[in-house]
Design a protein around this ligand. Structure first.
Ligand code: MOS
Length: 727
């Protein structure tokens, strides 16, 4: 087994994504989306749609597909399409047309005549700020506000006033779309009362359970399959096409395929919300933070759904300060809904906090790294639980040396027509685990499989499971086959919250040691080859502890001699007592060098370095790739990426030409390093999450480098040329 077992399939084009499952007799579905941002669908004339060539079914709020309310364990109450005539955003699914071919379905969908009773739509985040409301605790996973004050301090204002130096600034971040390379899609097939759905996701057992709920079926009647996933990033926890395809397939009695077009992905899924964040920092003259205040506003849905937990994801935990106050406010808007996107909270939150720290360093005349080191925390503010392991200072030390930080001057430097600047920022992501069950099976041919229902949406989990299983079974990696992406497999390996490696990896260790115990019991049993002997296990072999008269046997030989093909078991782990003893987080130091053209103000990123403390690194190749991808996303957030809305709430940037993403020419070599300190306080595996931390802090590092190069502090991302013109 190689470190990326899925790589040969992907680079040769032979990986089977959802729509690659060609099923005989499958019909094709096409979604119809609303063209107003707020109101009710008054009528839908579908006469011409129905009589169009090849059309098999037309579903609307007036002739809906039968669906039942779903309360998803991960996402709470799920919005289900076509169940009522309300429209709350432009681009909301309001119909589903199924035909013999994709083209027939798409063309027929264009023949529908829709009338709306329109209502005024709230679409401007800036206008909505004045009427913001407290975030709902359930949506932000955190109380809307939190205050920690030192003894004798009456308010955060008092603490700020007592500081020698204060910074007070407001930062803005743009809404983003996950824009996974594989658009959301599904193929739904009913057979014998059972439903199989091929659809990319982040945990097949959870999508299966949501689908079963929506269709009113017992949980085990739905099977979800997703051996490969073309990117997820938080946007594939649910699958709109799967819900529609499955319900229509039941209605029509034949398989149904459905896929969102690239344009539809921008509205018929969910996005990262825009944020405004006000940060006030107070410090002593020596740089010690006295007070941190972080107020955040996030756009959200009219029913107050997900908000970007920016201040919770950053200021609540990162620095030592005696006084802390944070708040999370929501601005309900008639725009497409919001959901988790890679480093929700920490991503946009770190742009604000780490820009503010850079501003404070400039005010104090201090080196930005020295200021961060000065305020390094042993525990989150107001908490007794110390970090299980935090080697942030080491990350900065190694990073500064590698990057040549000592050559940075506070005013940047000039190289011909280019203004050159360096910036840095802290990165952090909480170290979390979810309950996970993983199966390990030994086979008579001396191979083994390790299996879980979770997904590898490009993160490298497949290789991680194989490596951990091989190590735990003490066999060569090429004898272990990892399997993911089938809800019939043991429920583990959810790709979310940077949890999969620590969760499914530690469950793999349990499963492997249990199956070895079972193997030894079998070997020493009355029918076993080591009958009544004391036995041990090493290098994939069973041996007798009490003498050399008996040659060791491989586990395959033991199975064969007892007439078995396989011996398998599952292992389960879950967060436990450790969470009452320590705080857990991965940490990192981000570095960026930019070159800004003196005349055109073109911004080029010329060097990137990230040094990360994520515990033990299981699969260096995949880990490096994850972090590199995250760092590039951070550059994208800083310089390219952002959804723009028209005044009527329509998403204006709905394809990969208008929605700017960095291309290879925008990205220099990306240097990723690790400081490896296994965190066995989190789990026996020693690994902490690294899926999301790569993008955290990077946008601030870019903006801080732009400031170093030009002297211009840009507090809104993405940064544009025009932000640097009038200087
Ligand atoms: Mo990811 S945003 O943790 O699904």
């Amino acid at each position: 087994m190689i470190a990326r077992p899925d790589a040969p399939l992907k680079v040769t084009g032979s990986a089977t994504y959802a729509l690659d499952n060609v099923i005989d007799g499958a019909a094709h579905g096409f979604l119809l989306l609303s063209t107003v941002a707020h109101g009710e669908v008054a009528s839908m004339d579908v006469g011409a749609v129905r009589s169009a060539p090849g059309v098999l079914g037309v579903y609307t709020p007036f002739e809906p597909l039968t669906l039942h309310p779903v309360n998803s364990p991960l996402l709470g109450p799920m919005w289900l399409p076509l169940q009522d005539t309300n429209v709350t955003f432009h681009g909301q699914p309001i119909g589903f047309v199924v035909a013999e071919t994709f083209e027939q379905a798409r063309d027929a969908a264009g023949l529908v005549e829709v009338t709306y009773d329109e209502r005024p739509a709230a679409t401007s985040f800036a206008d909505g700020l004045a009427s913001a409301v407290d975030a709902q605790p359930a949506a932000s996973e955190a109380p809307p506000s939190l205050s920690v004050l030192a003894d004798g301090v009456a308010s955060i204002e008092d603490a700020l006033e007592a500081s020698d130096v204060t910074i007070d600034a407001t930062y803005e971040t743009a809404a983003q779309n996950h824009a996974a390379m594989e658009p959301h899609s599904a193929v739904a097939v009913w057979a014998g009362g059972e439903l199989t759905v091929y659809t990319g996701n982040q945990a097949s057992h959870l999508v299966a359970s949501d689908l079963a709920g929506g269709l009113g079926l017992p949980a085990d009647a739905v099977r979800v399959v997703n051996p490969v996933v073309g990117g997820a990033f938080g946007g594939k926890a649910t699958s709109m096409p799967a819900v529609l395809a499955a319900a229509a397939a039941r209605e029509l009695g034949r398989p149904v395929r459905a896929a969102l077009t690239r344009e539809q992905v921008f509205t018929a899924t969910a996005n990262r919300p825009a944020t405004v964040q006000r940060i006030t920092l107070g410090a002593r003259g020596n740089g010690a933070l006295v007070a941190v205040r972080h107020d955040s506003w996030s756009s959200t849905t009219p029913d107050l759904g997900f908000v970007e937990p920016t201040s919770h994801g950053t200021s609540r935990r990162w620095y030592r300060t005696e006084n802390l106050e944070i708040s999370q406010k929501a601005v309900p808007l008639n725009i497409p809904p919001a959901t988790f996107m890679r480093a929700p909270g920490e991503g946009p939150g770190s742009f604000a906090l780490e820009s503010a720290i850079d501003e404070l360093a400039a005010s104090l005349g201090m080196d930005p790294i020295a200021l961060r080191t000065r305020n390094n925390s042993a525990a989150p503010p107001g908490k007794d639980l110390q970090w299980s392991g935090k080697h942030l200072d080491e990350c900065f030390e190694i990073g500064a040396a590698r990057f040549g930080w000592a050559q940075r001057s506070p005013g940047g430097r000039v190289d011909g027509d280019w203004l050159v600047g360096m910036g840095t920022a802290t990165a952090m992501f909480p170290g979390l685990r979810f309950p996970a069950t993983v199966g390990v099976t030994l086979h008579a041919d001396d191979t083994a499989t390790v299996a879980a229902s979770g997904a590898d949406p490009g993160t490298g989990l497949l290789g991680v499971l194989g490596i951990v299983a091989a190590e735990s079974l003490d066999v060569d990696r090429d004898r272990v086959t990892p399997l993911l992406g089938d809800s019939r497999l043991p429920p583990g390996g959810l790709s979310g919250g940077s949890t999969a490696t620590a969760s499914a990896g530690s469950a793999t260790m349990v499963a492997a040691s249990t199956v070895i115990e079972q193997l030894l019991t079998l070997a020493a049993s009355p029918d076993g080859p080591f009958r009544d002997r004391e036995v041990g296990y090493a290098h994939g072999r069973v041996y007798a502890l009490d003498g050399a008269d008996r040659a060791p046997m491989t586990f395959g030989e033991v199975l064969r001699s007892t007439g078995r093909d396989t011996l398998g078991t599952t292992g389960t782990t879950a967060p436990g007592e450790e969470t009452t003893k320590h705080s857990f987080g991965s940490w990192g130091a981000q570095f960026c060098e930019v070159r800004v053209h003196r005349l055109t103000r073109e911004i080029r990123v010329s060097r990137l370095l990230g040094v990360f403390d994520a515990g033990r690194i299981i699969n260096p190749q995949a880990a490096r790739s994850q972090l590199m991808g995250g760092m590039i996303w951070g550059v994208s957030a800083a310089l390219h990426e952002g959804i723009e809305f028209d005044a009527d709430g329509r998403v204006a940037t709905r394809d990969l030409a208008d929605y700017l993403l960095p291309v290879n020419a925008d990205i220099p070599d990306v240097d990723v390093r690790f400081v490896e300190h296994p965190d066995t306080l989190l789990s026996d595996l020693g690994a902490r999450g690294l899926g999301e931390i790569g993008l955290v802090g990077m946008a601030a590092a870019v903006a801080n480098a732009v400031h170093n190069a030009t002297g211009v502090r840009v507090r809104r991302i993405p940064i544009r040329l025009e932000d640097l013109l009038d200087v």
